[in-house]
Write a protein that binds this ligand. Sequence first.
Ligand code: FAD
Length: 378
Amino acid sequence: MVHALGAQASVTALARKDASLRKASFKENKNISFNKLWIPLSSANLKSGSSAAMHHLKVLSMSVSQATQRKTLVQPLELENAKEPPLNLYKPKEPYTATIVSVESLVGPKAPGETCHIVINHEGNVPYWEGQSYGIIPPGENPKKPGLPHNVRLYSIASTRYGDSFDGKTASLCVRRAVYYDPETGKEDASKNGVCSNFLCDSKPGDKIQITGPSGKIMLLPEDDPNATHIMIATGTGVAPFRGYLRRIFMEDVPTYKFGGLAWLFLGVANSDSLLYDDEFSSYLKTFPDNFRYDKALSREQQNKNGGKMYVQDKIEEYSDEIFKLLDGGAHIYFCGLKGMMPGIQDTLKRVAGQRGENWDAKLTQLKKNKQWHVEVY
Ligand code: FAD
C-alpha cells in the first residue's frame, strides 16, 4: 500500500536526523506489527542505519514521488457505521486493561518540561471518535482514600478512531509530565510530581494500563458539511484532539468523508523545541496548501506587535478580520489546552469585536447557539 504522507514523514525523519532524533526516545513494542505506521522506523533503526531500515525507507521514498496526494487506507470501515459516538464503554469500577505499545518524547532539549506521545493497544475493544478522551487509572492506592484506587485522569485522544496504525486497534495520547518545583528552593520535589502523567510517560512497551471511557461530545468533529471551516486553537497538549482531526482530514482515506473545506490550526507553545507534531502538520501544508493553514505562537521566541511575548491570542488578533468573517460564514472554532488560555483569548476577541463595532457577548451567544463554539480546557 502506498502511503505518501507517512512516507514524507519518514523521509523527513531521516533527512532531519539531528532535529528529529534528538526528540525521539522511541520505545517500540516488537510484538505488535506496524506495517502502516506513519513513523514506521524506530529511532534505533534510524540511528544504526540498518539495511532493513534503509530498504524500507527507499520503498517509501519511491512512493512519495509517485503519489504525493494519496491517502492511507484505514480499516475496519465499520467504525464509520455508528450514528452516535461510543460513550463510557468502560467505567472506573470495571476498566479495560490495555497495553502500552510505545512512548516517545515529542520535545527537544530546550523545551521547558517533557511531553510524550503514548500509543496504547486496545485491540479494538475501546472504540472512540476523534475529539473524545480516555480516562486512565494510574496503579497504586489513592492517598486520599486508603485501600481504593486512584481517581481517573482524563486525556484527550490524539489519534483518529483508526489509531496511528490505521487498523482501529490503538489510541494515542499526548501527555505532559506534571512536575512540581518547590517555590522556595526552585528544586523539583518528586514526591509531589503528578501521579498519572509521570506513570504514563515512564511506562514501557508491554506495560498494562487501566483505561475508562471513551468520554466527551464537546470536541467531536462535525462532519455534516465536508466543506466546513474548522479553526483550531491549541496550547501545548491541547493540540491532541486536533492531531486526530487533521489525520482524519488529510492523512486517511475515509470513503465517507472527503474534506474540501479549510482547517486552520493555531498552536501556542514556549519555543520551537516544544512544538508538537510539527513535521506532521508541516507536511499537510505542503500537500494541501488550499485546505490547511498552520500558525504557531512561540511565547519565548517570538514577540507580539507590542514587544511582549507571542501567545495564541496575539496570532488570533493578527488574523482577526479573516477569523471574524469565517465565523460569520459558519466556521467552527475550537479551543483546547490549559484553562489559563481562555481569559486572554476572550479579552482579545472582545476587544477586536469592539473595534469592529460588534458586541462580543451577543456574538458569542449566537456562536454557542449555532454550535460553532467548542471549548475543552483543563
Ligand atoms: P496529579 O497527581 O493529579 O497532581 C496534579 C498537580 O498537583 C500536579 O501538577 C502535581 O505536581 C501537583 N501536586 C501534587 N501533589 C502536590 C502537593 N502536595 N502540593 C502541591 N502540588 C501538588 N493532560 C495532558 O497532559 N494531555 C491531555 O491531552 C489532557 N487532556 C485532558 C482532557 C480533559 C477533558 C481533562 C479534564 C484533563 C486533561 N488533561 C490532559 C489533564 C490530566 O487529566 C491530568 O490532570 C494531568 O495529567 C495531571 O495529572 P497527574 O495525575 O499527573 O497529576
